[in-house]
Design a protein around this ligand. Structure first.
Ligand code: GSH
Length: 146
């Protein structure tokens, strides 16, 4: 499969997106330390006391950014992998993957930097377009077997 050009192109963007998600997790951890806002009492005790077992608005923002990635990037990993195997042209497939990748990077930046609305919503919508397109193309290519 890795010799399939479209699949390799998909893997490239998929791995970059997974790394992007890891980066948000690392940022969340760093913000927890800087703001002294820990999710678990044992962590709070290690860093000064139980009073630091608390929520922080910016930590919650990071968590929402990560959760939204889970809601959107996990389906992309499924759709992109199957779509790659339906025989699309490399140029069209790359466009799907690139639009999704750039839109999700913008979504993360808009969330973490609290960019002015509707930047984040537009990024979210732009990322949905290639996903819907891939879903429709997958369904069309398997419909005759259903
Ligand atoms: N679970 C999402 C929500 O509750 O908002 C579903 C809709 C969605 O993903 N909306 C985008 C978003 O960035 C564009 S407004 N939502 C913020 C979020 O999920 O924290």
């Amino acid at each position: 499969m890795i010799r399939n050009e479209v699949f390799s192109c998909f893997v490239f963007y998929a791995v970059l997106l997974v790394i992007k998600m890891y980066t948000i997790a690392i940022i969340t951890g760093q913000v927890r330390l800087r703001k002294k806002a820990f999710a678990n009492p044992e962590d709070a005790l290690r860093h000064g006391g139980l009073q630091f077992h608390r929520e922080d608005p910016y930590v919650e923002r990071c968590r929402r950014a990560h959760l939204n990635d889970l809601e959107n990037i996990l389906p992309f990993l499924f759709l992109g992998a199957i779509y790659s195997l339906t025989g699309p042209s490399l140029t069209v497939a790359r466009l799907h993957f690139l639009v999704f990748f750039l839109a999700r990077v913008l979504h993360s930046l808009a969330y973490l930097l609290a960019l002015r609305a509707p930047t984040r919503s537009l990024a979210y919508t732009a990322a949905q377009v290639p996903c819907v397109s891939m879903a429709v193309q997958i369904l069309m290519s398997v419909a005759s077997f259903a």
